[in-house]
Design a protein around this ligand. Structure first.
Ligand code: ASP
Ligand code: MG
Length: 288
């Protein structure tokens, strides 16, 4: 089985979500890891900052603005009225949770719970969309198997045992959808794998199930020989070793979360970087 991760831009609009659906629905069984829709985690960080400062009025306005955006996403994402309703229920639940923190004492767990809503929303909406289009899809709740320990390091043993358990309990499906980034910590509270952590989720899952390949789908063709945001005429690199990719990511290549390569390297699973906007490009292949 392959594990495919799609980043925030890839699921950043109804149109892009449909493009992702086209890419993944080839009939092969797979696990699909999704980020929050682009801009969402930044907005949730801002909302949390306002809540820390007890700036309740501005927080309320920011929450309302984000909620309104999501309502219009739901409206254009689904055809059938029962799916629009189900989508709105997802939005209601998540924003109900977010709003519940706009009173009383704010805590780190409160912040982490707010930050988790982006991935919880994107995966539920995407799974609903796939169902509407007749695909055989099931959600895997990442909070039931992704775990970090007291040192905030990924607990690979826990993840391996529990993803197997969750897959078994969920039952057969062609497409499994799960949340990137979010996890539980040693206290069993909601936590996360730090910004950009969805890549790391995909690699941890890939290693845990000994996937055939881990694919990281983003909005660029792969690793380039320089940062295309600052340097003109860069070119894509076709192949890298685990070590080279880890080093580039560590020193700031934004395409990959710096820890992504390690779980894949331990199990010797190829990591392929691919472009959602240009799926026929072979991307960058990272191997031993
Ligand atoms: N949504 C999270 C972030 O924006 C995780 C991710 O996208 O990888 O950092
Ligand atoms: Mg990213």
């Amino acid at each position: 089985m392959k594990v495919l991760k799609f980043g925030g831009t890839s699921v950043g609009s109804p149109e892009n979500m449909r493009a992702v659906m086209d890419i993944i629905t080839d009939g092969e069984q797979k696990i699909v890891v999704l980020s929050a829709m682009s801009g969402t985690t930044n907005a949730l960080v801002e909302i949390s900052n306002l809540l820390w400062k007890k700036n309740r009025e501005t927080a309320g306005m920011s929450i309302g603005k984000l909620e309104a955006n999501y309502k219009s996403v739901v409206d254009s994402l689904f055809e059938r009225s029962e799916n629009k309703e189900a989508g709105l229920k997802v939005i209601d639940t998540s924003f109900g949770t977010i709003k519940s923190f706009n009173s009383g004492k704010f805590t780190q767990t409160g912040e982490n719970t707010i930050l988790a809503q982006g991935e919880l929303i994107s995966t539920q909406l995407f799974a609903l969309l796939m169902k509407e289009m007749g695909h055989d899809v099931k959600l895997l709740p990442a909070l039931d198997f992704m775990k970090i320990d007291e040192d905030k390091a990924a607990d690979s043993n826990f993840i391996r045992q529990n993803i197997a358990r969750v897959l078994e309990a969920t039952g057969d499906a062609t497409y499994y959808i799960t949340q990137g980034y979010i996890c539980r910590n040693a206290e069993d509270e909601i936590d996360n794998l730090q910004r950009g952590g969805s890549d790391y989720t995909a690699s941890l899952i890939g290693a845990a199930i000994k996937a055939e390949e881990i694919q990281i789908w983003t909005d660029i063709d792969g690793f380039h020989n320089n940062d295309p945001r600052y340097v003109e005429n860069t070119r894509k690199i076709d192949q890298l070793s685990f070590f080279e990719a880890a080093e580039l990511a560590y020193f700031g290549a934004k395409i990959l979360h710096p820890q992504t390569v390690f779980p894949a390297r331990v199990e010797n699973i190829p990591v392929r970087l691919k472009n959602t906007m240009n799926p026929s490009d072979s991307g960058t292949l990272i191997t031993s």
